[in-house]
Design a protein around this ligand. Structure first.
Ligand code: SF4
Length: 900
């Protein structure tokens, strides 16, 4: 929906306001994009969107920072040369055709993404499964939620998410397990927090080995031993049975398999003592949790990657669902097992069959009736009749030479797949690699024979589905730059060149959506959950104006469906939900003397995936600017690691170098490294190079949470940092990590070799032999300390600080000098000391991204004004009063200040 508004009387005119959706996490917040006459974009939260009701987190609020053309792929390239679309598309079609002719359809593959819109996904799946005739299309959603798909299909007979976000507000008990909701789904966290404030009886239990920001709202935090959540939930099942909490009529009439499931649970989790023992919890906390669950009717159990990303992730999900089935707490307001998806359109991908083991519209490949139905509907020449290769197997097959051509769309597998060094080798070996992306240089594009420029957020048009089955339009509000095109258009053009013109003749995304909707209702007599046939006859205008809606949407339910299974009927053959027996699993890889610590990986608050977009924002990069490994103080002491030094983390498959962060939040025996950094932002920090390629046998989801690793101090010969208005190539640094600041690039660096001449080295890097450079420097060769700054026309252009150890000046004051068009005399004098002269205060590392409030400012204000709550801090400094993402950190800071 495009609204044209002109406001006169001296107020800046708004040219258009477009309702769209945030492209990051699975919350799917509604966003308003306003473009003024000069093309300036203002992003705000959509107050009417039912996912966020006017809220945005720090990432959503900074969307406007990520729209620049910097780094964009704008023209097709073949073997490194810019080519016309026609040449590029012909090359892709010809090479795929040749490979298929010689080696058969299973020798080619598509690797797609939860970043694609539903319409893109639909066309890619249709081409591969119905026309090429292979099911070798898999998606990066395999990595984050495929265990949920497998578990829901086992329990419910279909991949059905039963709940709605409003259930989180209507619940009396919200359990957050394997989910750092505060950082990964921040707007939902804010909704739960608000609900808790409004209903003081509401309880929140957080189950997580780490003490995360989510614990900010926890009444009970169960710091469980990593990987034992299924023990806790199996123990809960036994406890509910012993406490006579079975919902007799629901279990008798609507479920199957309870006896075997209970027997299995009893075999290792029959008492609270046993559970406490296996989970490293105390008995009282286990019993408190069990009592709370037993006595609370309205319970929602929220779970995410912390549950899914294990070699037994599917069983872990089923152990949660079992407890909800046993108590009949499903399908009614304020209750149910609720998976939060990581990506903006992971759900849309599931709907169109973007996983290698699915068909379109939630149909399954190993069902002949479904295969015939889809083939008939598509009028396809063929249909894949067996499952394709799931992500990890797909790249393994590429390495062994079985996959000879791959098309990667909107994802970066060289960073995100486990054993990423092996993935790079596979891409290197593959005969023909096509990458469609909006960015020119990623860790994956460097392997491409053909690069195809895709549109990105703000330019594309289509739909996405969020974690609560809510379909929302993503609408374009910017013109496509260069020759960037919609993914669905690119795929359809290749399909036409493969000879399938009639089946891929789409004028607009709306044509594809309507076909998708039609298929969902085709011969669907209520046996299939996914049904949006109520939207199949939308006109172009109606599609353009489509309001957000939760599926199923049928003629009988034209306004969508808030929750499923209200009637107790499921999508299994006999319409009964299935209890699933869950064995007592342990992680696939064992700890050893060589690798004694367990590595957990995950997201941080202000970055998204491999940082290709969020890495452009200075605001977002200011929160955490360097890859780090978080470790418990006792483990750090044992290895003699110091806070803030560099460390090398190794596993059987790779190694990374990152900054040490010693923290009580981390459990002893485990370490945490964020998943985002890659070779564009750091020299050696692709954490997935450490992860073994072991997967869940049902879902194929990799075990990202339990890799055995060891850590040792990384002893460089020099350490330093560098701030520059220009992006630099750091050839002499053996360690570097770069991040974006306001008008500058920030580099943390270290090296194994001391340059013969620091001055020469620094000048060649920062001055590039420019004339008329004002250059100020200080060098103490005896202690290997060097500092220099380049000033041009009174403005700081760059500076470098080198020392023999990592105890270097704070960067924040220097970073702020880059905002000044002219340095003051005082600042000029003080630059090489790295701190302001006189009374000026250094604000410190930024905590509140919205109002740019640093940690030193916060600490000093909390102390001097005796502020005891985040609300009081907000009143004085504004910090935390916009998106609220930093509130848990502010609360923690208040605690620290009070303790000290
Ligand atoms: S919670 Fe944040 S990242 Fe997720 S959709 Fe909303 S604004 Fe975007």
């Amino acid at each position: 929906m495009v609204i044209f508004i002109f406001i006169f009387l001296g107020i800046k005119s708004v040219f258009s306001e477009v309702k769209t959706t945030c492209p990051y996490c699975g919350v799917g917040c509604g966003v308003l994009a306003q473009v003024d006459e000069e093309g300036q974009v203002t992003i705000s939260a959509d107050p009417q969107h039912p996912s966020n009701f006017g809220r945005l987190c720090s990432k959503g609020a900074a969307l406007g920072d990520t729209l620049s053309m910097e780094g964009r792929l704008l023209y097709p390239e073949v073997e490194g040369n810019t080519q016309s679309w026609d040449t590029a598309l012909n090359t892709v079609a010809y090479r795929f055709q040749e490979v298929i002719k010689e080696h058969g359809p299973d020798s080619v593959a598509f690797y797609v993404s939860g970043q694609l819109l539903t319409e893109d996904y639909y066309v890619a799946n249709k081409l591969m499964k119905g026309f090429i005739g292979s099911a070798n299309i898999d998606t990066n959603s395999r990595l984050c939620m495929s265990s949920v798909v497998a578990a829901q299909k086992r329990a419910f007979g279909a991949d059905t998410v039963p709940c709605s976000y409003e259930d989180l507000e209507r619940a009396k008990l919200v359990i957050l397990t394997g989910s750092n909701t505060a950082w990964c789904h921040p707007v939902l966290f804010q909704r739960i927090k608000k609900a808790k404030q409004d209903n003081p009886d509401m309880m929140v239990v957080v189950i997580d080995p780490r003490h995360t920001a989510t614990c900010d709202i926890a009444d009970i935090h169960l710091a469980i031993k990593p990987g034992t959540d299924h023990v806790l939930f199996n123990g809960l099942l036994v406890n509910l049975k012993n406490a006579n909490e079975k919902n007799e009529s629901f279990v008798e009439n609507h479920t199957e398999g309870l006896d075997e499931t209970l027997e299995m649970a009893k075999s290792y989790a029959s008492t609270s003592e046993e559970v406490a023992n296996l989970c490293d919890l105390n008995i009282e906390s286990v019993e408190n949790f069990y009592r709370l669950f037993a006595r609370t009717e309205r319970v929602v159990t929220v779970y995410s990657q912390g549950i899914n990303q294990w070699s037994y992730g599917t069983d872990r999900v089923n152990s949660i669902i079992n407890c909800h089935l046993f108590t009949g707490r499903i399908g009614r307001p304020g209750m149910g097992p609720f998976s939060l998806t990581g990506q903006p359109n992971a759900m849309g991908g599931r709907e169109v069959g973007g996983l290698a083991n699915q068909l379109a519209a939630h149909m399954v490949i190993d069902n002949e009736e479904h295969r015939n139905l889809v083939k008939e509907f598509w009028q396809a020449p063929t249909i894949a009749d067996k499952e394709g290769l799931k992500a990890v197997d797909l790249f393994a097959a590429m390495e062994s030479g079985k996959i000879k051509a791959i098309w990667i769309m909107a994802t970066n597998p060289a960073v995100s797949l486990p054993d990423s060094d092996k993935v790079k080798r596979a891409l290197e070996k593959c005969d023909f690699v096509v990458v469609s992306d909006c960015m020119r240089s990623t860790d994956t594009t460097r392997y491409a024979n053909v690069l195809l420029p895709a549109q990105t957020w703000g330019e594309r048009d289509g739909t996405v589905t969020n974690s609560e089955r809510r379909i929302t339009r993503q609408r374009a509000f910017l013109a496509s730059p260069g020759e960037a095109r919609a993914d669905w258009w690119i795929i359809s053009e290749v399909a036409k060149r493969l000879g399938y013109t009639g089946s891929f003749f789409y004028n607009e995304a709306a044509d594809i959506f309507k076909e998708h909707a039609y298929l969902s209702g085709y011969k669907n007599n209520g046996e299939r959950d996914f049904n949006i046939s109520g939207l199949q006859d939308l006109s172009y205008t109606e599609y353009d104006d489509l309001e957000t809606i939760q599926w199923p949407v049928t003629k009988e339910k034209p306004n969508g469906t808030a929750r499923l299974f209200a009637d107790g009927y499921f999508y299994t053959k006999n319409q009964k939900a299935q209890f699933i027996s869950v064995k007592n699993h342990v992680p696939a890889s064992c700890l050893s003397a060589r690798y004694p610590l367990r590595l957990n990986t995950g997201r941080i608050r202000d970055q998204w995936h491999t940082m290709t977009r969020t890495g452009k924002s200075a605001r977002l990069s200011g929160h955490i600017y360097e890859p780090y490994v978080e470790i418990h103080p006792l483990d750090a002491k044992l290895i003699s690691l110091q806070d803030n030094e560099l460390a090398e983390v190794s596993s059987a498959s790779g190694n990374v170098v990152c900054r040490v962060k010693i923290s009580q939040s981390q459990q002893q025996g485990s370490v945490f490294i964020p998943m985002h950094w890659n070779e564009q932002f750091a020299s050696r920090a692709v954490v997935d190079s450490l992860i073994a390629a072991v997967v869940d046998p049902f879902s194929g989801q990799p075990e990202y949470k339990a890799t055995p690793v060891n850590i040792k101090s990384y002893q460089a010969h020099w350490y330093g940092f560098l701030l520059s208005r220009r992006k630099l190539d750091l050839v002499n640094a053996s360690y570097w990590a770069c991040s974006r600041g306001q008008g500058l690039w920030r580099y943390e660096i270290a090296g194994d070799q001391i340059p013969q001449d620091w001055a020469e080295c620094a000048r060649s890097l920062l001055c590039q032999h420019a004339e008329q450079v004002e250059w100020t420097e200080y060098h103490d060769a005896a202690v290997n300390r060097y500092r220099a700054a380049r000033i041009e026309n009174g403005r700081l252009e760059s500076c470098i600080f080198i020392g023999p150890d990592y105890f270097l000046p704070e960067r924040d004051w220097l970073i702020r000098l880059f905002k000044d068009e002219k340095l003051s005399e005082n600042d000029r004098i003080s630059i090489l000391s790295g701190k302001p002269a006189g009374e000026q205060k250094d604000a410190g590392r930024m905590v509140c991204a919205c109002f740019n409030v640093g940690i030193n400012t916060l600490s000093e204000t909390i102390k001097s004004q005796n502020l005891l709550t985040p609300e009081q801090v907000g009143e004085v400094l504004n910090a935390g009063t916009n998106c609220g993402s930093c509130l848990p950190e502010i609360r923690e800071l208040i605690q620290q200040v009070l303790i000290n």
